[in-house]
Design a protein around this ligand. Structure first.
Ligand SMILES: [Zn+2]
Ligand SMILES: [Zn+2]
Length: 401
C-alpha cells in the first residue's frame, strides 16, 4: 500500500460521522428520478464550498464537478466517477428515526449512501488535488432507477469537454457481507429492457364469441409462448429472462375484450442475446396474432445494456480493493440479473463497477434492495469513499506513469 492510499483510507475513516449525517439527511428527504432538486442543491453547494468548478442541470437534475491541480494541462487524462442520487416510489416501513418524511418515496436502493460517498470523495480529492496527475470528473446522476438518467446526462454532454477515458462506480449491496468488495472483469449486472405488447382484436358480447377476436385469449397464448424463447431460442450456455409482469385486458365479465396490454422485462448479458430476445418477442406475438386475426404493437420504451467491466478496469479495482479492505475481503460472484445504467458510461468509457457489501445480520440489516424495510450498515460508507478516491488516483497514475 502506498502512503497516499494509506492516507486516503485514514481520511475516509475520519469522515465517517459526516458521511452518516449526509446519508441520513438524504434518506429522510428522498426524491424520485429527475426530481432530485433538494439533493442536487446540497451536492452542488458542497462542491462549490470545496472550490470546485460545478455544473448543474446536466440531464435535468444532475451535477458535475471537475477536480484538477492548478495549472493542469488540457492534455491531461480524465477519469469519471459516478454516483446516483434518486429514490424509489416505495412507502418506507423501517421505523428508523431518519425514515423518509415523504410518504410513498423511499431510498430503498442505497443511493442516499452513494450520494454521501460522492460528497466524501469530492472532499478528499479536492484536498489532494495538487497531487492529481490528471482530472477527475465527478458525476452525480439523477434517475438511475429505470428512467434514463445516465442517457440524459450523456445527451447533455457529460462525456465531452473533457472526455473521460475511463469510468468507475460502486453500488452498496445489502446482501453481501459488510465491506466485502466484489470486483470482476466481464458482465456483472444484466441488460434490462422494458417491453410493451398491445394486442388489438374485435370486442363483442360474451355470448357471441364467433363475431369477435378475443384479445384475452390471444394475449394468453402469447404469454405462454414467450416462455419458449429462453427455453428454445437462447443458447442454453447463455442466460436470459423474459418476464410478463402485467396483463390488462377487458373490464367486465360478459364482454369480450378488444384490446390487451402486456408489459414485461427482458434481461440478458450479451448484446446478441439482447437483440434476439427483442426480435423473438415481436415475432412470436406477431405470429400468434396473425393466427387469430388480431394485430399487435411491440415497443421497448426503456432499458440499458449490460454492465460489463473491462479487464484493465477490473484489474485496477482489484488492486485498489485489496489495498483498502484486504485481499481476503475481495470476492467474485455469479453475475446478477439486476440492471444499472452505469452501463451507458462503461460502454463509452471502459472501467469498472464494483459492489460493496453492506449487510449487518446482527443488526437485522439484511432486507433486499427495493423492499420497504431496506437499510444498510453505514460502516461501509468510508470504504466506498476510500475505494473511489483511490481508484481515481490509481487510474490517473497508470496513465501518467
Ligand atoms: Zn435500485
Ligand atoms: Zn441502485
Amino acid at each position: 500500500m502506498t502512503t497516499l492510499q494509506e492516507r486516503l483510507k485514514t481520511e475516509a475513516q475520519d469522515l465517517h460521522n459526516q458521511l452518516v449525517a449526509w446519508r441520513r439527511d438524504f434518506h429522510a428527504h428522498p426524491e424520485l428520478g429527475f426530481e432530485e432538486t433538494r439533493t442536487a442543491g446540497i451536492v452542488a453547494e458542497h462542491l462549490h464550498s470545496l472550490g470546485l468548478e460545478v455544473s448543474t442541470g446536466i440531464g435535468k437534475t444532475g451535477v458535475v464537478a471537475m477536480v484538477e491541480r492548478d495549472g493542469a494541462s488540457p492534455d491531461d487524462p480524465t477519469v469519471l466517477l459516478r454516483f446516483d442520487m434518486d429514490a424509489l416510489p416505495i412507502h418506507e416501513e423501517t421505523g428508523l428515526p431518519f425514515a423518509s418524511q415523504t410518504p410513498g418515496v423511499m431510498h430503498a436502493c442505497g443511493h442516499d449512501g452513494h450520494t454521501a460517498i460522492g460528497m466524501g470523495v469530492a472532499r478528499l480529492l479536492a484536498e489532494h488535488r495538487q497531487q492529481l496527475p490528471g482530472r477527475v470528473k465527478l458525476v452525480f446522476q439523477p434517475a438511475e432507477e429505470g428512467v434514463g438518467g445516465a442517457s440524459a446526462m450523456i445527451a447533455d454532454g457529460v462525456l465531452e469537454n473533457p472526455k473521460p477515458a475511463a469510468a468507475f462506480a460502486m453500488h452498496l449491496w445489502s446482501r453481501l457481507p459488510l465491506n466485502q468488495v466484489v470486483v470482476q472483469p466481464g458482465p456483472v449486472w444484466a441488460a434490462a429492457d422494458k417491453f410493451d405488447l398491445i394486442v388489438h382484436g374485435r370486442g363483442g358480447h360474451g355470448a357471441t364469441p364467433h363475431d369477435t377476436i378475443d384479445t384475452t385469449l390471444v394475449a394468453s397464448q402469447i404469454v405462454v409462448a414467450l416462455q419458449s424463447i429462453v427455453a428454445r431460442n437462447v443458447n442454453p450456455t447463455e442466460t436470459a429472462v423474459v418476464t410478463v409482469g402485467s396483463f390488462q385486458s377487458g373490464s367486465v365479465g360478459n364482454v369480450i375484450s378488444e384490446k390487451a396490454v402486456l408489459q414485461g422485462t427482458v434481461r440478458s448479458f450479451n448484446a446478441d442475446i439482447r437483440a434476439l430476445l427483442h426480435r423473438r418477442i415481436d415475432e412470436v406475438a406477431g405470429g400468434i396474432c396473425q393466427a387469430f386475426g388480431a394485430t399487435h404493437e411491440f415497443s421497448v420504451p426503456g432499458g440499458c445494456p449490460a454492465v460489463v467491466n473491462s479487464p484493465e478496469g477490473a484489474a485496477l479495482m482489484q488492486q485498489v480493493a485489496e489495498a483498502v479492505v484486504g485481499s481476503e475481503q475481495v470476492a467474485q460472484i455469479a453475475p446478477m440479473m439486476v440492471g444499472e445504467d452505469m452501463a451507458e458510461f462503461l460502454n463509452r468509457a471502459p472501467g469498472c463497477f464494483v459492489l460493496v457489501g453492506a449487510a449487518s445480520p446482527e443488526k437485522g440489516l439484511f432486507s433486499p434492495h427495493h423492499s420497504p424495510t431496506f437499510d444498510f450498515d453505514e460502516r461501509m460508507l468510508s470504504t466506498g469513499v476510500a475505494l473511489m478516491a483511490n481508484a481515481a488516483f490509481a487510474w490517473l497514475n497508470e496513465q501518467t506513469a
